[in-house]
Design a protein around this ligand. Structure first.
Ligand code: TYM
Length: 341
């Protein structure tokens, strides 16, 4: 059976981008057709300036939103990264296979490092090595497919490169994974700046629809979306990025096609209104389920505990195999030690 692994980073409140670009496919398709794991990758949240209490809060909330979005613990494994030691164990070994140059070429590193410096902060070493930890997340589970939004494709490519390199040097150990990206809404853009991604770590909210935004807030944000000069509703990502973003959001929410939808609308106002309502309707059941889950924190705790146990058992053999292959001495078992005494 195909093994699927993906994750969300609790650095901010989850957004419509996270949902349309990733979570929706996990719930609608991936968990049904494959052996799938979905992870709140909390170690990744420590790569930038962070408040420990906020990371804890967001980790819990992200896990709850994964379930609210439709992930079913009977069908897939939902867990928190730091509960499974194998991620960090494998990450170090993969750092011994990756190169410094490879890390510095990562687009997200370059962008985030600039942002951190502009804020007057220092760049944490873990921000540079982050893609190796992500590769460890993926490779530890023998993952075939990694369903992600377009912004993570380069990181998955790195995981592939590291798997191939490791296998060539030290013997076949890892499955070589591949990214799967949704056809529509693989990169939802910021409503106020349609040339940049709708990212949860951004400070200001008017261009970002959060999954827990109230319906009226969603409506306001969509109605105020920056559109391009011109009157005709056409789908052209390059020339009309604001309009294209709205058409993609509408298409993703209604199961339509952005180019076809552009022919339906005569005014920007009508398009915005329908997009806003479509987003509100998509978020409604998710918000309701999230509220129910918040009322029963014991349930979530149980799901995460069981998930971590299952994940540990799945990752352990592969990570042990990688340790042996790269030249680390296997710890002697108790029986061998006792026999020698
Ligand atoms: P993160 O937390 O930034 O995003 C989680 C998922 O949401 C997708 N996504 C988007 N898709 C479309 N439009 C957007 N505006 C948008 N914003 C986010 C992301 O592509 C992602 O699929 N490094 C990863 C987390 C991670 C991971 C992993 C993912 C760590 N280890 C192993 C897969 C496998 C990240 O920061 O995702």
């Amino acid at each position: 059976m195909t093994r699927v692994f993906s994750g969300v980073k609790p650095t901010g409140h989850l957004t419509l981008g996270n949902y349309l670009g990733a979570m929706r496919q996990w719930a609608a398709e991936d968990q049904h057709r494959s052996d799938a794991l979905f992870c709140v990758v909390d170690l990744h949240a420590l790569t930038v300036d962070h408040d420990p209490a906020r990371v804890r809060r967001l980790s819990r909330q992200s896990a709850s939103l994964l379930l609210a979005a439709g992930l079913d613990p009977e069908l897939c494994t939902v867990f928190v990264q730091s509960h499974v030691d194998e991620h960090a164990r494998l990450s170090y070994v993969l750092e011994c296979v990756a190169t410094d140059g490879e890390m510095r070429r990562m687009i997200q590193y370059k962008e985030k490092a600039v942002r951190e410096r502009e804020r007057g902060g220092s760049v944490r070493l873990s921000l540079l090595t982050y893609p190796v930890l992500m590769a460890a997340d993926i490779l530890a589970y023998g993952t075939d497919e990694v369903p992600v939004g377009d912004d993570q494709a380069q990181h998955v490519e790195l995981a592939r490169d590291l798997a191939v390199r490791f296998n060539q040097r030290y013997g076949h150990t890892f499955v070589v994974p591949r990214a799967t990206v949704p056809k529509v809404a693989a990169r939802v853009m910021n409503l106020q700046d349609p040339t940049s991604k709708m990212g949860k770590s951004d400070d200001a909210g008017p261009g970002i629809v959060y999954l827990l935004d109230e319906p009226d807030t969603v409506r306001k944000k969509v109605m105020r979306a920056v559109t391009d000069s011109g009157r005709e509703v056409v789908y052209d990502r390059q020339a009309r990025p604001g309009l294209a973003n709205l058409l993609e959001i509408l298409a993703a929410c209604t199961g339509g096609n952005p180019a076809e939808l552009s022919g339906v609308y005569e005014s920007y106002g009508a398009l915005k209104k329908d997009t806003a309502e479509a987003v509100v309707e998509v978020l409604r059941p998710l918000q309701k389920r999230h509220k129910e889950l918040c009322a029963d924190p014991g349930y979530l705790e149980g799901v995460l505990r069981d998930g971590a146990e299952r994940a540990r058992a799945m990752a352990r053999p592969t990570v042990d195999a990688a340790y042996r292959a790269i030249g680390l001495l296997e710890p002697a078992s108790e029986t061998v030690v006792n026999a020698a005494r």
